[in-house]
Design a protein around this ligand. Structure first.
Ligand SMILES: [Zn+2]
Length: 613
């Protein structure tokens, strides 16, 4: 972790401030109550009420110690019904506290008027509302310091997730944990949900006597643990800026650790909205009426065909199986033609060898490679060859969950043999499923899996389970994130594929716009065919070629060719990470002004939705 003294100092003071307010508030309460003149020694015999103390939730920092999620002090509103004087002016009280009138009425209706129990009836009162309440002298209500989430750098909404009041179902489901009560907050998505147990801390218990005085802190609350993320906040912000107006996602990984540097999904929303009073309404609006689906985390939950980036996997399998050598040359006559099968290709020199085939993304070359894997004589049939091929593919993390520390990761899809047996009544061979040669057909994967492929090639054959958290409090993450997962392809076969990826960027390939002088960037574009509109644009890359620092995948829906959208976006992120600056402002402008056509996929539907409303 980079040492950053000003951040450390800022963090320290901010922590001290929040904890200080808690402590002062608490001491103040005890002092006021015990020093008051009507202290009644006989009350010791009459302990009647308890209140559980919720500690401040752990905060979340980026890899450089900058805040991603910060606590802000707010107040819980507590009622002791028997002390409330009648008649009670709910309208006036709602004005003072800022609690919505219907919530207030509902809470008051539910509680027996004679009850001496303390109950929290509203949370997240502002400091001003708290002060107004104290000054009003209204009896029967007290407040207790608490915290709410704020986001000084409003990024990574999908990654961080949000917290919300636990619902009845949640209360029932988690009853055995003996933690949650009505109106408690709980992580609902993203890291807030994944690390709920560590972030929430441990509740304390306070005993009150009959005179409503704090009698004893029976068990002190324990603050939640902070999370140090692997995310680079500045890089994340830049990625989100570049993705604005587009539909897609970017994932960047540090290959030597599996730490996720960027996890950006677009469209997104300001995470500060999730702390606001209107979040419920806003959430429903995002869920039901925004056809581009801003709540969907496209990095891990959206599956799409990998397109030509997948040719890298086929090359590696061919090399390992011994049916492909880097010097093997195949012809390409504007594509691959065999009987009735025609798979087109763009103009380029022919015949060509492996590294040029990767650089220029030749479809015909990889049709030959795919056939030679499945039709290998060591297997009794193409179907058996397919099963072997599938095992290789899975060893790269496709068609399986990678195990990222993040909820609801999808596995994508690599069809099992029986899928094709059923579809083609067992009459199929390599030619029937030739689209898999170029990453099309039934193959589906997430952007995270593509970034993991880039990291695997960067590492020449292994990956670490990608993860978003580096430290939980003072504890390191588990062993499962620190062990290598080897693919079924041996190290020596990777170099010729790396050579092709280097050539693609640096010599005569499809992604020369990703060139960064002095960094030997390696890359592979993809253009996934899309029957519903413009093709999807993909790019996987890592840099530098030796001792790589960053591996990245960008997937831009309807971005047309890989070079048009995904390459410049991923390349600028690589540039900022590797050089700490942007020397190509014109490319940034190009990306920001890039207009993509979402009419067929999204925008035409928006009109329909509007009519329905
Ligand atoms: Zn070709």
């Amino acid at each position: 972790m980079r040492y950053n003294s000003s951040n450390d100092i800022r963090r320290f003071f901010s922590h001290v401030l929040v904890i200080g307010i808690f402590v002062c508030y608490f001491i103040g309460l005890i002092y006021m109550q015990f020093s008051s003149a009507d202290y009644d020694s006989k009350a010791e015999d009459n302990y009647i009420s308890y209140l559980r103390e919720t500690p401040p939730r752990g905060e979340i920092f980026d890899r450089n110690g900058n805040y991603l999620v910060q606590n802000q002090v707010c107040y819980d509103l507590i009622i002791t019904p028997y002390k409330v004087q009648q008649p009670f002016d709910t309208v006036q009280f709602a004005k003072i506290t800022g609690v919505e009138l219907f919530r207030l009425k509902r809470a008051l209706k539910r509680l027996p008027a004679k009850s001496r129990d303390k109950t929290i009836i509203a949370r997240r009162l502002s400091a001003e509302a708290n002060l107004r309440l104290q000054e009003s002298g209204i009896e029967g209500f007290t407040t207790k310091a608490s915290t709410m989430r704020s986001y000084p750098r409003p990024v990574a909404a999908h990654l961080l997730g949000y917290i919300a009041e636990i619902d009845e179902k949640g209360l029932r489901y988690r009853a055995s944990e003996n933690f949650y009560e009505e109106r408690d907050y709980i992580g609902k998505s993203g890291l807030e949900a994944e690390y709920e147990h560590q972030l929430r801390g441990e509740k304390g218990l306070i005993r009150y006597n009959r005179k409503e005085k704090i009698d004893e802190v029976m068990s002190p609350s324990v603050p939640g643990k902070d999370l140090i993320c692997t995310i680079d906040g500045r890089l994340q912000e830049f990625a989100e800026e570049l993705l604005k107006g587009k539909v897609g996602s970017v994932v960047a990984i540090e290959p030597s650790t599996g730490e996720i540097l960027v996890m950006a999904s677009s469209p997104t929303y300001d995470p500060n909205e999730s702390s606001g009073p209107q979040w419920g309404n806003y959430y429903m609006q995002l869920l039901n009426h925004e056809v581009r689906r801003p709540l969907l985390n496209r990095t891990t939950k959206s599956s799409q065909p990998p397109g030509s980036t997948f040719k890298l996997v086929n090359a590696l399998i061919g090399l390992q199986e011994g049916v492909l050598k880097p010097h093997y040359r195949y012809e390409c006559n504007h594509g691959y033609h065999y009987g009735k099968i025609k798979m087109g290709c763009h103009p380029h020199a022919s015949p060509l060898n492996l590294d040029y085939a990767i650089a220029t993304s030749c479809n015909a070359y990889f049709c030959n490679v795919f056939r030679s894997i499945l039709e290998n004589k060591r297997y009794k049939s193409s179907k058996e060859g397919y099963e072997a091929w599938r095992e290789y593919v899975e060893s790269f993390g496709f068609g399986v969950e990678l195990g990222v520390d993040f909820p609801n990761e999808i596995s994508g899809y690599v069809p099992p043999r029986k899928f094709y047996d059923k579809r083609y009544h067992a009459r199929w061979n390599a030619l029937t499923i030739l689209s898999l040669a170029i990453g099309q057909g039934e193959l589906l994967c997430s952007t995270l899996q593509l970034a993991n492929l880039a990291a695997t090639i960067a590492n020449r054959g292994y990956f670490y389970t990608p993860h978003t958290v580096r430290m939980i409090g003072k504890d390191s993450i588990g062993e499962e994130f620190r062990s290598r997962h080897y693919t079924k392809v041996e190290k020596q076969h990777f170099e010729s594929v790396v050579k092709g990826m280097w050539r693609a960027v640096n010599v005569d390939g499809t992604c020369r716009a990703a060139n960064l002088a002095g960094f030997d960037v390696c890359g592979k574009t993809g253009t996934s065919q899309n029957p519903k509109g413009d093709d999807h644009s993909t790019f996987v890359s890592f840099a530098p070629r030796n001792n790589p620092k960053i591996a990245i995948a960008a997937y831009i829906e309807h971005g047309r060719s890989g070079a048009e959208a995904a390459v410049p976006i991923a390349s600028l992120i690589e540039e900022l990470y590797l050089t700490d600056t942007i020397r190509r402002p014109a490319l940034v402008d190009y990306v920001k002004n890039l207009k993509l056509n979402y009419w067929n996929a999204y925008d035409s539907k928006k009109k329909r939705v509007k009519k329905d409303v």
